[in-house]
Structures are given as C-alpha cells and as structure tokens.
Ligand binder design. Structure first.
Ligand SMILES: [Zn+2]
Length: 200
C-alpha cells in the first residue's frame, strides 16, 4: 500500500499593525500566518503544493480563513505570503528522485562502456544474450577465441521473456557443438541490438 497525502508547515508569521479585527474592533491585534503545504509519500516530502494562511486576533482569539478576510487584511496577507519562503526540505523527495535518476543513468553508461570492452576483446566464458526473433531469446557462450573469430556454443533452450533469460543460462543447456563468428560480425550483432547484453 502506498501511503500519501499532504501536510502544511508553518513558514511565516507577522503581526499586522494597521488592520482592525472585524470581530472585536481592536487595531493591530491580528497575527497573519502563512503555511506551505507539501505532498508526501510514505512521510517523505515530495514537493510544495501551494501556500495557505489565516489570521488570529490575540485579543478576542477570532480566526479568519483567507476567504473571510476583508480586502485590506487580505492584501497584507498576500504581501506576506509572497515574501514567505518555505524550507528546502519540502523538496526532499524530488531531490532523492533526481539523485536516483542521475545514478541509474551513470550506472547504465558504465555498463555500456564495459559491454563495448567485452565485445572488443572477448574471453572464454562470456555469455551473449541475443534475440532470435520477436519474443524469442537465447544465449551463446564463448568457448574459444582466435585472432579474428570467437567460437560459441549455443544454448539449446530459448525463452519468450527477455527479462527471464537468466533462467536458461545453465551449464548443462549449452550444446556440445560450436561455431565461429568473426569479431567484426560480433560487433555488428551488438550494435544492431541483436546481441543485447553481455555477461562476464
Ligand atoms: Zn479581535
């Protein structure tokens, strides 16, 4: 279950010197307060979703929502609201998400770099995950490498889900037979996406 909601945080208060309380008629008795709401998920603040506020009279304790304020009180409240800055931690979740995105794109970049190295200099035991046709995937295992070719043993099994290909990667699934692929053909297969992953 995903627990989410919103929460208001008090960010600024100011006592109004000129306004008059509509309830008791006292001048300068109103304190204006601004809150900023943020969305949260599992209690982690995600991002702010607007400000709201109220005024309270410290003489008669009367509370006014913004929609109940007279025009002059509301003008003063709006000025305060525009000045009021909320805390940066209300963006925590967005920060976490940005860090995760940056990290995963870095990690996948590093992964690509490694794969390019693997394809340029194959070694025995490398496993190529490749596409046979739509919804049909299998693996090849490198069993020897010569100057310009690699010799691979094909997996005798195939699987329809790319993400489950690891299930057929078992030593006993590889054929006794092997065949050669030129290193240039191998590069071509990798760059065309026919070989889509290499495990070493
Ligand atoms: Zn009052």
């Amino acid at each position: 279950m995903i627990i989410y909601g919103s929460k208001a945080v008090h960010i600024k208060s100011e006592q109004s010197k000129t306004s008059i309380c509509p309830s008791c008629g006292t001048q300068g008795s109103l304190t204006l307060q601004v809150f900023r709401r943020h969305a949260h998920i599992f209690w982690i603040p995600l991002f702010p979703i607007g400000k709201k506020g109220m005024s309270q009279c410290h003489h008669c304790k009367n509370v006014l929502e913004t929609k109940e304020m007279s025009e002059s009180i509301r003008r003063e409240y709006n000025n305060l609201k525009n000045k009021a800055k909320g805390p940066i931690w209300q963006f925590s979740g967005l920060g976490i998400i940005a860090v995760l995105i940056a990290w995963s794109s870095y990690a996948s970049g590093e992964d690509k770099k490694l794969e390019l190295e693997y394809i340029a200099s194959p070694v025995n035991g490398d496993i190529y995950e490749y596409k046979i046709e739509t919804s049909s995937y299998s693996t090849l295992k490198v069993i020897s490498v010569s100057k310009d070719s690699v010799f691979v043993s094909p997996n005798e099994y195939e699987i329809s889900k790319k993400s489950r290909i690891y299930r057929i990667n078992k030593p006993e699934n590889y054929s006794e037979l092997s065949y050669g692929i030129s290193k240039s053909k191998l590069k071509e297969m990798y760059h065309s996406g026919e070989i889509f992953d290499i495990n070493r």
